[in-house]
Design a protein around this ligand. Sequence first.
Ligand code: ATP
Ligand code: MG
Length: 563
Amino acid sequence: MGTTETSTPSDFIREAIEEDLRSNRFGGRVHTRFPPEPNGYLHIGHAKAISIDFGVAEDYGGLCNLRFDDTNPVKEDIEYVEAIQNDIRWLGYDWGDRLYYASDYFEQLYQYAVQLIKAGKAYVCDLSPDEVREYRGTLTEPGRESPYRNRSVEENLDLFARMRAGEFPDESRTLRAKIDMASPNLNMRDPIMYRIKHATHHRTGDQWCIYPMYDWAHGQCDSIEGITHSLCSLEYEDHRPLYDWFLDALGIYHPRQIEFARLQLSHTVLSKRKLIQLVNEGYVAGWDDPRMPTLAGLRRRGYTPEAIRDFCERIGVAKSNSIVDIALLEHCVREDLNKRAPRVMGVLRPLKVIIDNYPEGQIEELEAENNPEDPNAGHRLIPFCREIYIEQEDFMEDPPKKWFRLGPGREVRLKHAYYITCQRVVKDEQTGEIVALHCSYDPASRGGWTSDGRKVQGTLHWVSAPHTLDAEVRIYDKLFTVPNPDDVPEGADFKQNLNPNSLEVLTCAKVEPGLASAAPGNRYQFLRQGYYCVDPDSRPGHLVFNQTVALRDTWAKIAAKTS
Ligand code: ATP
Ligand code: MG
């Protein structure tokens, strides 16, 4: 078994695992699992859990299972089962042939429940859901015992079998563990193990009408699969005594549960319940809307799996919850794409430029490097001619002194091309809007430099007007206007913090002709603008790009200030 026992463990989970390896608690094995409930798409918080579950197994030569926690047929769907597998593979993790479902174990779980009934540790309770809640007590008050708590084993066995057989309506009865109604831990106050739900399950069909609760299913599934370390987020810490109680009461193989802090990301919500609302109520276009913190959304936005894994590594594993700045996630994708995204020229808001002294009808092919950060990226040829487009915001009619872009009489460099000087501004007579510029170029500045050593301050990106391809560019801003959208007054809703301007669609963008064959998922840096990814909506003749991130790196600034 490939352990790294000689180096210092990097976090408390690895520390605990190494302690168990030293004491031979699990026979030298490390076996984890990732247990998503198929009731929504995976989000960036799940990526953290995945990178811990699979990463820990990888580090110690162990295994990690994928197990769907499919215990609630009402909220679950096969669409999610497939999307979840797709997303985990995309992140670069592999569960081999160990794909399991809690529903694989429904019969075994039922038999375990019978065992607890026979041991006098579980009973059928006839209280309604409201009554169960009322009897449960509060954090400051103990609960009251159910009047059905002391039924005989025989009666319990009979009722439980009839629950399974479908004799009783939904919510009329439950099976509960008999623990302690006065426990300071509410999870230990005779928790429900089974509820009746006459619902069709996406895998077991109508075979069952009783379904196990998470707490009852989870630890027993871990035990059946021989999991050594059951890693989960912090909200399960209070459930650990129950996790342990069930396994001890059954006397079966007993894995160790360890909790880590949940990822919270600024300007984002990471609860499936809330993400579902955004989808179902039409605040976003779907689970894979590029503004969503889902892996499907991040992928469509242009994020790479490498950037997400790097992010998970940087945030590390902590024991207390804190909010991570979304700027760190953006920083990670910028760093990754900087190295590998080809650099091209795209003009988002075009302004026509006519170069009066450039020969009419002439076309030159100019050499442009694809990525100075990548020695293997090579060069391409881009066409240049008399009419080009530049960015509207790169021209000012009455610029301040320190304006390094184009203005009347000012000279700038066109990237990979020539120096040009603005001679004349053409305006719409009605609106006064600037519609074109007339410029001159210096034929001696081919490639973007002159032999007389004349310097210009600004370099602009551009595209050749007759060769350009039209493109739609979708620019995204944060989905929420405040760092913590969940922080709302009593009775208010997180949706009040939605950013009404989170999507801007530019329909007249122009990109260089080499992008004609750009396929969905291809990523580029548009020089001076940012990183862009071809959207699945893109078609030949109608290119659609998503802005992944702008070039400006706010995280680098934050990091520089605090270091
Ligand atoms: P939600 O509350 O959004 O529905 P969940 O925890 O119920 O999320 P599951 O599908 O049950 O979603 O999660 C699978 C695993 O992912 C669990 O082990 C859970 O601890 C972990 N997980 C979920 N959200 C986060 C998060 N934000 N950060 C870290 N781990 C998470
Ligand atoms: Mg859950």
